[in-house]
Design a binder for this molecule. Structure first.
Ligand code: ZN
Length: 230
């Protein structure tokens, strides 16, 4: 089975993940997409994909392939989780959770080998343009959570040694201070939520505003760059 095992028969472009992982074991599920629409009382029910969902799906796969282009080892690890990476796309609006959840537009949950990414299809396609001003790239944000959660959800990337970890914590503190004292930084206030969110926002900034990050905080830029482009 290819990295993205689609439930629908719609043949999109050739799976972008195959460009990073041309030879994936047959027993690795890859990215498995499911689609939900709001039913009665806003309860979500699984349905067929809409055209928008298929576009969102392709955008997610393309973005993941870009971000992990130099980390086939990580992509392989994700694709070869027991159930792969389940991606749930919420189609349209009117879900009950949409009102209740502080941040419904993207969510990552990992329990053991069960990894689930949830997205609002609209946010994937049209987000990061001012509606939710703190979100620059919901795909990168949730992907970073997923990578962080692979070892533990501590806001520290796997494989960092003690020295790198210390450098990261010092540099992170400097950005916290900037955010709290209204000094210029490409980071956004959502990063102050906790260590895990800081890392996810940092990944967004690295991928969306790399020059600004390099200028504002060369240590954080170098750590991100070393991780994504070893
Ligand atoms: Zn987050």
């Amino acid at each position: 089975m290819p990295p993205s095992s689609k439930k629908s028969d719609n043949a999109l472009l050739e799976d972008p993940l195959l460009q990073v992982l041309p030879e994936l074991d047959d027993d690795c599920p890859g990215f498995v997409f499911r689609y939900f629409s709001p039913g009665p009382h806003g309860l979500r029910r699984e349905t067929k994909p809409t055209k928008i969902s298929l576009e969102a799906e392709n955008k997610i796969l393309t973005r993941v392939a870009t971000v992990l282009a130099d980390r086939p080892d990580i992509l392989q690890r994700l694709c070869c989780l027991e159930n792969g990476v389940e991606v749930r796309l919420h189609q349209g609006h009117g879900f009950r959770d949409e009102e209740l959840e502080v941040y419904f537009f993207g969510r990552t949950t990992v329990h053991g080998d069960d990894a689930i990414l949830e997205f609002a299809a609209d946010e994937v396609l049209h987000g990061g343009k001012g509606d939710h001003s703190d979100v620059m790239d919901v795909i990168v944000h949730e992907l970073m959570h997923l990578i962080d959660y692979l070892d533990d959800d501590d806001g520290i990337l796997p494989n960092w040694n003690t020295k790198q970890r210390h450098a990261f914590e010092t540099a992170r503190m400097s950005e916290w201070v900037k955010l709290k004292t209204d000094q210029a930084t490409p980071m956004v206030a959502y990063a102050l939520t906790n260590d895990v969110e800081f890392l996810a926002v940092l990944a967004e900034v690295y991928w969306v505003k790399p020059k600004a990050l390099k200028q504002a905080n060369p240590t954080l830029f170098t750590l991100m760059d070393g991780f994504f482009h070893p």
